[in-house]
Design a protein. Sequence first.
Length: 158
Amino acid sequence: MSNKIVFDYEQMVADSLIYVVKQALQITQENGLPDEHYFNITFLTKYPGVQMPDYLIDKYPDEITIVLQYEFNELKVDDEGFSVLLSFSGVPTKIYVPFTAIKFFVDPKVSFGLQFNPVLPKKTKTCVIENLTSDKKSTSKGKKKEAEIIDFKSLKKK
């Protein structure tokens, strides 16, 4: 049996560009923003893992651009994303953004920008599984009903 190896160069490049964003944010976390640099970060608000108040998601149902310049605090970067405390209409608000939710990352000071193509996962079909113990005739006589094995991969849209 041979394993088929596929080079997904597009994903490799996207991963390396996300690393650039991560590194810029880590430097900012440790040292603050140098000179007159600042970041405009646009991300999908309903992307899995994004954490922000519902009122902001209601106001920005698809995407939002945040600016890390003068008034941001508690920037924390981890392997999957970053959290930051920002002020929205004077209300301090902590948000968390996975790197994979980012659509644009721009540092206007040096005319540098990256564009990503995050895709919201499609809603999957729900699967109803019968309660196997609800069949009182088969359980009361000691007969065991065999469980069905469901291949969830077959439910994916192709």
